[in-house]
Design a protein around this ligand. Structure first.
Ligand code: N01
Length: 507
């Protein structure tokens, strides 16, 4: 399967496509499959990587696994009866995506090792002029399915470039470098770090964990899925759908805790505190790992081996801030230098910057980054931006989740895209551009709702927020509400131009 996924997608680029999708992760793959399903075969997916998978292809660090229950972490149209655990290891998610791509028969429409350089809207011809490092093409519709967590954020720590040991980001793990017996510094205590540290602590000589902010960590109730369950799920898919629905609604029931009544999180905080008390005897360490903000304000992490790992003799939690990195170690504000053979930078990604925005040039000749730096990062229904006709986002602004599976949100957004493409065809439209007023009204209402969520009131700073403290990342309602909102492409909110009014338009 892996070889087929690698071998496909190597042909030359066509001169023009109806729909160009950038990104071959969950989002791009779902877009391809659904376009195919409705008979819109004139599409192409490009990706800078070697195969499908996106973030699941790239994040191969030790311990990488999904922190959303596996029953929820698959497409609704391709359930996976073969998950081996209730929380899937990265490899299984990646294998699943390869299998889905292969069996859908869409890979001949993918071009890998192809990076978007720029895409500029040509208003006269009503199409996108796209340059990639594998050549140029034009596209009627451009879909940014590039993900929120695809570009690594490496902090600009004084002296970081001078470090003479091995240094890599969690999403670019160097598997050729053996950490056995090494002194390892891990910077960051987010979702990636809490999976990495317990895995490497057993064979590294020592691990220094540099914590800037303690996260809330709930127990992870992971278990093996038995052969019997797998056979049942394979033979009776309805039972798997029922199991999935159970997990789904349990997650959905937690939405008010994040969005309406942040106080409800105190119950969960009690559980998280017990999780600390069970694993850590040292009162000073207990205090150091106890967060000072409301649960939910940052992503709630799950792990049953994080605190036990921190309690190991060869693991130290360092809470004094990093001031510099030298040729052979890390210096903290208390004046101590700790030597390290390797530094793992688990400092996250650039979700609010949306790096692809630098490459997309709208109808007034400015990039989407420039547009957003004036107006704030925002989109209509997470999908469309005024000034950028025929551009659609999958995992656009304010479509992320703190409580459930992104795959559900991705399918909603793909549904909106597909309906847009079909609406354009049905009405003979060359372009659709969301009205500035509709976009503004949508975002004013959204940010008003955001004000009472735990992400804004919980007393933390997080990657959910932009430089002005606006949450531009998460969806502040239930996923059901999002599905309803995106069920139909909302043509009334768009300025449309008919094909007949664009003489040179590609049919
Ligand atoms: O990144 P993060 P991540 N000096 O941004 C710290 C998803 N994910 O890669 O909290 C020192 O969460 C930073 O500190 P602070 C998931 O959505 C999913 O761990 O900003 N420290 C924080 O502790 C997740 O939320 C899975 O004060 C610095 C850490 O680095 C998202 O990916 C698994 C620093 C960064 O945490 C990102 O997770 C893994 C600096 N200069 C990830 N800069 C699943 O299981 C940052 N930090 C599905």
């Amino acid at each position: 399967d892996a070889q087929t996924a690698l071998d496909s997608g190597t042909g030359a680029l066509p001169a023009h496509v109806g729909v160009l999708v950038v990104g071959a992760g969950f989002g791009g793959l779902a877009a391809a499959i659904k376009l195919d399903e409705v008979g819109e075969h004139d599409y192409l997916v490009i990706d800078r990587g070697d195969e499908v998978g996106g973030t699941w292809r790239d994040n191969t660090y030790p311990g990488a696994a999904c922190d959303v229950p596996s029953q929820l972490y698959s497409f609704s149209f391709a359930l996976n009866p073969d998950w081996s655990r209730s929380f899937s290891p990265q490899r299984e998610v990646q294998d699943y995506l390869r299998r889905v791509a292969n069996s859908a028969g869409v890979l001949d429409r993918f071009r890998f090792r192809t990076s978007l350089l720029d895409a500029a809207w040509d208003a006269e011809a009503a199409l996108w002029r796209v340059n990639t490092d594998a050549g140029g093409l034009t596209a009627t519709v451009l879909v940014a399915a590039t993900g929120a967590l695809s570009d690594a954020k490496v902090p600009d720590i004084d002296g970081i470039a001078e470090f003479r040991g091995e240094l890599f980001h969690s999403s670019h793990w160097n598997h050729d470098y053996d950490l056995t017996g090494k002194r390892v510094a891990v910077i960051g205590t987010g979702a990636s770090s809490i999976q990495i540290v317990p895995e490497i602590a057993g064979h590294a000589a020592r691990v220094d964990v540099y914590q800037r902010t303690a996260p809330w960590v709930m127990p992870r109730h992971d278990r093996a899925i038995s052969d019997v369950e797998r056979v049942v799920f394979r033979r009776v898919p309805t039972l798997q759908r029922l199991a999935r629905a159970g997990v789904y609604w349990a997650r959905e029931a937690t939405v008010p805790m994040f969005t309406l009544k942040p106080g409800l999180g105190r119950l969960a905080q009690g559980q998280a505190r017990k999780n600390i008390a069970r694993a850590i005897a040292d009162p000073a360490l207990r205090e150091a790992v106890t967060p000072s903000f409301a649960l939910g304000c940052k992503r709630v992490l799950i792990s049953s081996d994080w605190y036990p790992a921190l309690a190991r003799d060869n693991v130290d939690l360092i809470t004094s801030g990093i001031t510099a990195i030298t040729g052979n170690g890390v210096v903290t504000a208390d004046g101590v230098t700790r030597e390290a053979d390797a530094i793992v930078v688990a400092t996250g990604f650039m979700p609010t910057e949306t790096p692809v925005a630098k490459h997309i040039i709208g109808k007034d000749g400015r990039t989407l980054s420039e547009h957003w730096s004036d107006h704030g990062v925002q989109a209509y229904k997470g999908a469309s931006v005024s000034g950028f006709p025929n551009l659609f986002f999958i995992v656009g602004p304010n479509t992320g989740l703190g409580h459930s599976s992104m795959v559900f949100m991705i399918e909603s957004q793909v549904g909106y895209l597909i309906d847009a493409v079909r609406t354009m065809r049905r009405h003979g439209l060359a372009s659709v551009e969301v009205d500035r007023e509709a976009e503004a009204a949508y975002n004013i209402a959204l940010q008003r709702r955001m004000k009472r969520t735990v992400w804004n009131t919980g007393g933390c700073s997080s990657w959910y927020l932009d430089d002005h403290g606006r949450n531009v990342t998460l969806w502040p309602r239930s996923t059901v509400a999002f599905r309803r909102m995106t069920a139909r492409f909302d043509l009334a909110a768009y300025h449309a131009i008919a094909r007949d009014d664009v003489p040179s338009h590609q049919k």
